[in-house]
Design a binder for this molecule. Structure first.
Ligand code: KG4
Length: 340
């Protein structure tokens, strides 16, 4: 008999529910929260209130689009963390209550593992193209920048990670500083397409091993803009496309430099990316080009699976469910990965 899993994601500012039958996606509903835009960043209290309002309609919609009755579900997979605690509490409590009411198991998922496994979500009309194990995943989001070695759907090794800001944070903070709005990644990505990536240069970090650092490049942009604006107050407005293109190129150079090193050190040529920043068109192009020249097999997730979504939680939960993992009803969400 097929396993039908309901996935629930509520770690930050997207309330999402998805249904998969075995590995095939039947529905994936995402309610994003625009309320944070006015504040230039996610406001935790507003996020948890919005999850409270969204969770029931989002789950109902996911079941109805999938053509599945709640009574047909085999298990419920939910994001336990990392993320905002108030947001995680909504999805976790909902999963526990529904699991209890339906008398079916619940399975906890690490949000980051969801991103890392996003390429395994199968869609009926899309040809299957999945990385083979072991593969490397460049996991880049608003909260993380990591190179993960994925040995199996349940076995992950972090080879390198940021020692300060995440790359998504660098996009967001710099966009805010330049008055371009939030979230910054998509805005910088769009402006960068019209600019010259080689016009300006920004300081790159010198961190040993496979770890990242993005706070220095952020400060470098800050000082650069401040100094230029002192000479010409219209500098930013006149040059924003070139600044965005050059800044984005610097971030991509930093990301690729360590990824190439990791591939060389491990001898792994199966390469994926995941997380919100993996939607970046410059990064996708560069990684594809690098892959071609280095003989990598590169797997890029579809855009709808790059940002937070429950389809990736359902698929990660499916693997945990198959492995026999079950979660007790007194489970609590955790905000940090170290608590997992
Ligand atoms: O994975 P995600 O949706 O949320 C978490 O951090 O968990 O990632 C959000 C991040 C934000 O920093 C946003 O600016 C960035 O992903 N982002 C992008 C793009 N789209 C979203 N960064 C660069 N280019 C994009 N096109």
């Amino acid at each position: 008999m097929a396993d039908i899993i309901l996935g629930i994601e509520s770690s930050c500012d997207d309330t999402s529910a998805a249904v998969i039958r075995d590995r095939v996606l039947l529905s994936n509903v995402i309610a994003s929260q625009d309320v944070h835009r006015a504040y230039g960043g996610v406001v935790p209290e507003l996020a948890s209130r919005a999850h409270e309002q969204n969770i029931v309609p989002v789950v109902s919609e996911a079941l109805s689009r999938a053509g599945i009755k709640a009574s047909e579900l085999t298990a419920i997979a939910f994001t336990r963390g990392p993320g905002l605690l108030g947001s995680l509490l909504v999805g976790t409590s909902f999963a526990k209550a529904l699991g209890l009411a339906l008398d079916i198991p619940i399975v906890m998922v690490n949000h980051l593992q969801g991103h890392v496994l996003a390429n395994f979500v199968r869609q009926e009309a899309v040809p299957v193209r999945e990385p083979s194990f072991p593969y490397l995943c460049l996991l880049v989001s608003g909260g993380n920048s990591q190179i993960v070695k994925v040995n199996s759907p349940l076995d992950f090794e972090i080879l390198g990670q940021t020692i300060d800001d995440a790359v998504g944070e660098a996009f967001d903070k710099c966009s805010k500083m330049m008055g371009l709005g939030y979230p910054g990644g998509p805005v910088i990505d769009r402006l960068a397409k019209q600019g010259d990536p080689n016009r300006f240069s920004f300081a790159k970090p010198h961190i040993p091993g496979l770890d990242y650092s993005f706070s220095g490049v952020k400060t470098s942009l800050l000082y650069f803009v401040r100094d230029e604006m002192a000479k010409d107050p219209e500098f930013m407005e006149k040059n924003k496309e070139d600044i965005c293109a050059s800044f984005q190129k610097t971030l991509i150079d930093i990301l690729l430099d360590k990824l190439v090193k990791a591939a060389r050190q491990t001898g792994i040529r199966e390469i994926t990316i995941g997380g919100g920043v993996s939607a970046n068109s410059g990064l996708r192009q560069r990684i594809s080009e690098e892959g071609e020249s280095r003989g990598w097999n590169v797997y890029l997730p579809e855009f709808k699976f790059t940002t937070d979504n429950a389809a990736m939680i359902a698929i990660a939960g499916y693997f945990h469910y198959l492995a026999g993992e079950r979660c007790p009803l007194d489970i609590a969400p955790v905000s940090r990965i170290a608590d997992f």
